[in-house]
Design a protein around this ligand. Structure first.
Ligand SMILES: N#Cc1c(N)n[nH]c1N1CCCC1
Length: 322
């Protein structure tokens, strides 16, 4: 059934959603850029559990083990986790899935130990789920048949509580129309052509580029030509390796950045392009380099400005001004 779950901003880097797994409440990071639902579990070393809620399968009357099934995920930022697998009842807002594959962590990388999330809910396509020997469906894929519409939406306003809506779009969370574009899910992502951008009012092409809508990434990550074109318009900006990205004086006058989503521009306001203080009077840019490749990653900063609709019929991705 349809429902909405509150997404709470955490440390400015992610939004966490209180989720029930086998009746146990965990604060999970919803990630449209990956497809594994995994949780901190009692199988981890106890030293990894401090500060975290965790799942204990033996405390759940509805847990069923998937004997011999394992998972092992590595993320682009170098973090990772691995463990074994079972199924249990997962409740998010008003939406319940029985028999959801739940990936229990036996190992997590250090970044997860120090991060506030108690695990992740992957909302990309199950073609990139890491469970062996059989990839498992996501919570959304399993929930689809019980929803009025086969879609979910992300509402992630800057520094304020947001929400994930399942089965419907909530027109109190956006203004104007939702603009949709076809999604190419062949790489497992909510991916679409993104072949141009604007720095302020100046248009640049980035032929052959795509973009993905990725709530598990904090910033806007684009190719080096776009990043250079943007910061060339920010006087005094520079790449600071000690901060790990482009910085500028906090008083700098920033241009807007418009990204093309299947040919329609989404304009990120200048205020959102200053991610905040790096050190002293220098501020960190919300636009940073994706590194190599031609796949841009549009993360939470995008969703600070736009309500994002992930529609499995098509599939398609829609955005509307928050
Ligand atoms: N890197 C990375 C990444 C991404 N592109 N989407 N989600 C990610 N993570 C989720 C938890 C850690 C990293």
């Amino acid at each position: 059934q349809d429902g909405s779950a509150t997404a709470v901003p955490s440390d400015g880097v992610e939004y966490l959603v209180s989720t029930s797994v086998g009746g146990q409440s965990l604060n999970l990071d919803f990630d449209t850029g990956s497809a594994d639902l995994w949780v901190f579990s009692s199988e981890l070393p106890s030293s990894d559990l401090s500060g975290h809620s965790y799942y204990t399968s033996s405390d759940s009357s509805t847990f069923q083990s998937l004997s011999g099934y394992t998972w092992d995920i590595s993320y682009a930022d170098g973090s990772g986790a691995s463990g074994n697998v079972g199924t249990d009842t997962v409740v998010i807002g008003g939406t319940t899935v029985e028999g959801q594959a739940v990936e229990l962590a036996e190992k997590v990388s250090s970044t997860f130990v120090s991060d506030a999330a108690d695990g992740l809910v992957g909302l990309a396509f199950s073609s990139i789920n890491t469970v062996s020997p059989t990839p498992q469906s996501t919570f959304f894929e399993n929930a689809q048949s019980s929803l009025d519409s086969p879609l979910f939406a992300a509402y992630l306003p800057n520094n304020a509580d947001g929400a994930y809506d399942f089965g419907y779009t909530d027109d109190s969370k956006y203004s104007g129309d939702i603009t949709y574009t076809d999604v190419d899910s062949s790489n497992g992502f909510w991916e679409y052509p993104s072949t141009s951008y604007k720095v302020g009012s100046t248009t640049h092409s980035q032929s052959g580029y795509t973009g993905i809508s990725d709530t598990g990434t904090t910033l806007i990550l684009m190719g080096d030509s776009a990043v250079t074109a943007y910061y060339d318009q920010v006087s005094g900006s520079s790449y600071d390796s000690s901060q790990g990205g482009y910085v500028f004086d906090c008083s700098a006058d920033l241009p807007t950045l418009s990204i093309s989503i299947g040919g329609n521009y989404a304009t990120i306001p200048a205020s959102l392009l200053n991610f905040g203080t790096a050190s002293g009077s220098s501020c960190f840019g919300s636009l940073q380099s994706v590194g190599s490749g031609t796949q841009n990653i549009y993360g939470d900063v995008f969703f600070n400005a736009f309500y994002g609709v992930f529609d499995a019929s098509g599939p398609s991705f829609g955005f509307a001004t928050v």
